[in-house]
Design a protein around this ligand. Structure first.
Ligand SMILES: [Zn+2]
Length: 75
């Protein structure tokens, strides 16, 4: 019986998702919390987005293609 160990190695992956403070500018990182990022300098708080993949596609109004060629009426 062959037992395969399937596991992902993610420990070596360096996640570079640190966010800069938009107010203090690049160089000042935001401290990561469970559901938000906060700046220790200016107290800026940015809430994390939900990882839910929701397809919120903008509804396109019922616009049918306008005619490109106008009926020429020479009289
Ligand atoms: Zn800041």
């Amino acid at each position: 019986m062959l037992k395969r160990e399937i596991y992902k190695v993610e420990g070596t992956k360096i996640v570079r998702e640190r966010r800069f403070c938009p107010k203090c500018g690049p160089g000042v990182f935001l401290a990561e919390h469970e559901d938000r990022f906060t700046c220790g300098k200016c107290r800026y708080t940015e809430y994390k987005k939900r990882e839910k993949t929701e397809t919120s596609e903008a509804k396109t109004a019922g616009k049918h293609q306008s005619k490109s060629s106008k009926p020429k009426s020479s009289n």
